[in-house]
Design a protein around this ligand. Structure first.
Ligand code: 8IG
Length: 276
């Protein structure tokens, strides 16, 4: 049975086999056989890649099996191998497939599975998001402490029962707070998007215990945990969620808030990553 299961896992039709193929290409093209830590840089966080360490190699995402180059402004489309000052190797994934692109949940979590296949033990997931706590002004970075998955989907296939207690590792959050003790935290709510929420939906999320609204991360975090990685989640609050502020949301303003905050939060992330 064990043998059968192994064969099944290695079958070329499974998402894990595709991730293994992707990891081989990354190992080949970077000449780094094992990466220690992986980061997905969402909107507002891209500049961190330049601050984490020395870039060894940069691969267009489209050259790696299972990845497609992203069309969303504010999302770059490369995979970078970075050597950090402490000797660790970081894999920076600048290409994210969103659930709302309708490419299927396998495509959404392929980057995380590839990171695991590259050897990463820690997965850092970052995003730009809306804030429900009204003291979070645009440009505030916050730690993700837990999530509400409102996508009605899961990256897990079949009867795969994975414990999600402490999904957003309290150990890693503690390390992040040693770098910035003022870092606040909250529960991330993943909506399908791509529309932003109605004010009523934001109130629903708030009533359910949510503090941050976004369109990524939760499904990726589940896949990371399935793959045995420890997860650190960080949101850049680029806007107050709909109805929390009287102002309507605009994608342009969201991007601008991200650009304003980028140098500060990127430096913060680089320091956190060095301490993980
Ligand atoms: I940036 O207010 C960003 N992404 N769902 N809601 C959702 N996603 C977002 C938001 C927001 N802001």
């Amino acid at each position: 049975l064990r043998r059968q299961r192994q064969m099944c896992i290695r079958d070329s039709h499974t998402p894990f086999a595709l991730a293994t193929d992707a990891a081989k290409v990354i190992a080949d093209q970077t000449s780094i056989s094992r990466h220690d830590i992986a980061l997905t840089l969402g909107s507002g966080w891209a500049k961190a890649a330049d601050l984490i360490g020395e870039t060894i190699a940069e691969i267009p995402a489209g050259d790696v099996p299972g990845f497609a180059s992203s069309g969303v402004p504010g999302h770059t489309g490369t995979i970078r191998s970075i050597k950090m000052a402490n000797g660790k190797h970081a894999l920076v994934i600048g290409a994210r497939t969103h659930f709302y692109e309708d490419k299927g949940v396998r495509a959404v979590v392929h980057s995380v599975r590839t990171a695991a296949a590259c050897g990463a033990k820690v997965m850092v997931l970052t995003n730009g998001a809306g804030g429900i706590k009204d003291h979070w002004t645009p440009g505030t970075p916050v730690l993700i402490s837990d999530h509400l998955n409102l996508t009605a989907s899961s990256p897990l296939e079949g009867a795969t029962f994975i414990d999600l207690t402490d999904l957003y590792s309290s150990r890693l959050r503690d390390i992040a707070r040693t770098i910035d003790p003022t870092l606040d935290e909250g529960v991330y709510v993943q909506f399908r998007g791509p529309h932003y929420e109605t004010p009523a939906e934001v109130q629903m999320a708030k009533t359910m215990g949510g503090h941050i609204v976004g369109m990524s991360t939760a499904l990726e975090a589940i896949a990371a945990r399935e793959a045995g990685m420890e997860v650190l989640g960080l949101s850049l609050i680029t806007n107050l969620a709909a109805g929390i502020s009287p102002e309507p949301l605009s994608h342009k303003e969201v991007i601008e808030a991200g650009q304003m905050a980028e140098p500060v939060i990127s430096a913060l992330l680089a320091k956190i990553v060095a301490a993980l």
